[in-house]
Design a protein around this ligand. Structure first.
Ligand SMILES: Nc1ncnc2c1ncn2[C@@H]1O[C@H](COP(=O)(O)OP(=O)(O)OP(=O)(O)O)[C@@H](O)[C@H]1O
Ligand SMILES: [Mg+2]
Ligand SMILES: [Zn+2]
Length: 515
């Protein structure tokens, strides 16, 4: 019996799988056990063809393959290569010791090694278990370039691997060793798909987005059709602080498991921007399902989840967001186990103010009845609204703004200010588990958002005059803290507070409509 090391994935974390291959005497047979899914089972036939097509002999006895531990469900095609290596080691085609090696990769019928999902979590598991060498498919090369502490080699096909371990190819190794890449250099070249400088006017909305980015606050943009809500939201990703190496690895792991990494970079360099359609199912949003994939909210990890036209999403989808917005992860129950996916994102939502879209607009008159507007706003439940710190009204840009040739501030400039404000927060929360103002709990709000007596008075009269709801209270304090951080002010000054109060339009709106 020969045991070859490989990997399995639950959620976005790996574990070691031993691929045991035994060839017993007796009637010819070929069996695969150890909770394999269909892709793994089909691998059995791929392996046989690949071995035969590479001109090696397939053993005649009873071939039994066991994937251990047998308790965990194995998924995907990554066991093709270790199974083939195990069989060829049994038949003495491979003679060198395989003790310090692990393998993963899908085989084509003629023995080519194909790119697989989940390579990054697998390699991190190898590092953890002190496995010295791992062989992966050539097309997964870039994904391995940021893992240090092990030797990773890529192979193009089964013959490359066999030649290496057959023993007589000492000088001309058919394998290619992965060179580690420098994260900082790559990061400097990161490209964004859009830029704030092309958004004309909309100064209030841009300022609010800057605050949201600086403090990690969820934000909703409310405005008539064509006012640029979608455009603004898309640019939000470009003003967030650059990803740290650890954040990038976390996000890359998730994208790796979902098979979404582009082969060219192999790493996620810019914060993700995910915009699931409003017809999206709860499974595609939350993750799980038959093939245990991370959902949109996890693909948005360390980045932005954009819900365009939020009231159009089905209620189940919106309610599902409550848990990850609170815990920054989501638990998915599957038949055999529960997996947890990270899901820490800033929520950016957009909506029209009413069904026709023009309530409160200076361009067109709204034709909706009060009850229709009420019904429309009611689609977003209180508890969800409760987690959105900034409500911004966006109106159409004026002709003058639109035709003004002067380009606005670019994203890089705004990003610098945001990054500086984040640095203040990193220091503030260094001893805690949180990183930004938005995630402060009640005790922290009390500690870090102290007001002067003048500030207290402003807040008090705002509550009385503007009909603010109770839930607005801590939201306003947190946002005011971020505004003060952007200004480099240790204290929350009255002007920071009044600005924060101005970003609660839905509270006033809801009240206005209800009464
Ligand atoms: N401030 C702006 N600067 C430059 N172009 C703008 C601006 N606002 C809107 N536009 C242009 O108008 C188009 C429509 O904007 P966008 O789709 O973002 O509006 P919207 O508010 O999302 O509308 P809807 O409610 O219909 O989805 C944009 O693609 C852009 O070309
Ligand atoms: Mg839109
Ligand atoms: Zn209307």
């Amino acid at each position: 019996m020969i045991a070859i090391k490989s990997f399995g994935i639950t959620g976005v974390n790996g574990y070691i799988v031993d691929v045991e291959v035994d060839i017993a005497k007796g009637l010819p047979g070929y069996t695969l056990v150890g909770l394999p899914d269909n892709a793994v089972k089909e691998g059995k036939e791929r392996v046989k063809s690949a071995i035969l097509n590479c001109d090696y002999k397939f053993p005649i006895g009873n071939v039994i393959i066991n994937l251990a531990p047998a308790s965990a469900k194995k998924e995907g095609a990554i066991y093709d290569l270790p199974i083939a290596v195990g069989i060829l080691a049994n038949t003495r085609v491979i003679t060198k010791s395989l003790k310090d090696w692990a393998f993963l990769g899908e085989l084509s019928l003629n023995g080519e090694l194909r790119r697989v999902n989940g390579v990054l979590p697998a390699l991190l598991t190898a590092v953890e278990h002190k496995i010295k060498n791992v062989i992966i498919p050539t097309d997964n090369y870039n994904e391995a370039a940021f893992v240090s502490g092990i030797n990773v080699y890529t192979a193009r096909n089964l013959a490359d691997v066999v030649d290496y371990f057959a023993g007589d190819m000492i000088d001309a190794t058919p394998l290619c060793q992965v060179q580690t890449a420098n994260f900082e250099t790559l990061l400097a070249d990161a490209v964004y798909p859009c830029d704030m400088k092309y958004v004309r006017g909309q100064f209030v909305a841009k300022r609010a987005l800057e605050i949201a980015a600086a403090g990690g606050h969820n934000i909703i943009l409310i405005g008539p059709p064509g006012s640029g809500k979608t455009m603004l939201a898309k640019c939000f990703q470009t003003i967030l602080p650059p990803m740290t190496f650890n954040e990038s690895m976390e996000t890359t792991k998730i994208h790796s498991c979902a098979g979404l990494l582009d082969a060219e970079h192999g790493i996620v360099l810019t914060r993700p921007f995910r915009c699931p359609h409003h017809t999206a199912s709860t499974v595609s949003l939350a993750g799980g399902g038959k093939f245990a994939r991370p959902g949109e909210i996890s693909l948005a990890h360390n980045g932005v989840l954009f819900l365009d036209e939020m009231p159009e999403y089905n209620r189940g989808c919106l309610e599902l967001l409550r848990q990850p917005l609170e815990n920054h992860s989501i638990m998915i129950s599957r038949a055999a186990m529960t997996v947890e996916y990270p899901a820490s994102f800033v929520l950016v939502a957009s909506m029209n103010p009413c069904p026709c879209g023009y309530y409160g607009s200076r361009i067109k008159r709204c034709k909706c009845t009060q009850s229709k507007i009420q019904h429309y706003l009611g689609k977003i439940s209180g508890p969800l609204l409760d987690r959105i710190d900034l409500h911004i009204e966006v109106d159409q840009v004026t002709y003058n703004d639109l035709t003004n040739d002067k380009l606005a501030e670019d994203s890089a400039t705004i990003r610098k200010r945001v990054t500086a404000a984040r640095a203040i927060q990193n220091q503030r929360f260094a001893e805690t588990l949180i990183h930004n103002n938005a995630t402060m709990d009640a005790a922290m709000v009390k500690k870090y958002c102290k007001l002067s007596s003048e500030g207290e008075n402003i807040l008090k009269s705002a509550f009385e005059n503007l009909n603010l709801s109770a839930r607005a209270y801590t939201r306003i304090l947190k946002v005011a803290r971020t505004i003060a951080d952007l200004a480099g002010s240790p204290e929350i000054l009255p002007e920071h507070l009044t600005e924060a109060i101005s970003y609660r339009s839905l509270d006033r709106f809801n009240r206005g409509v209800n009464e």
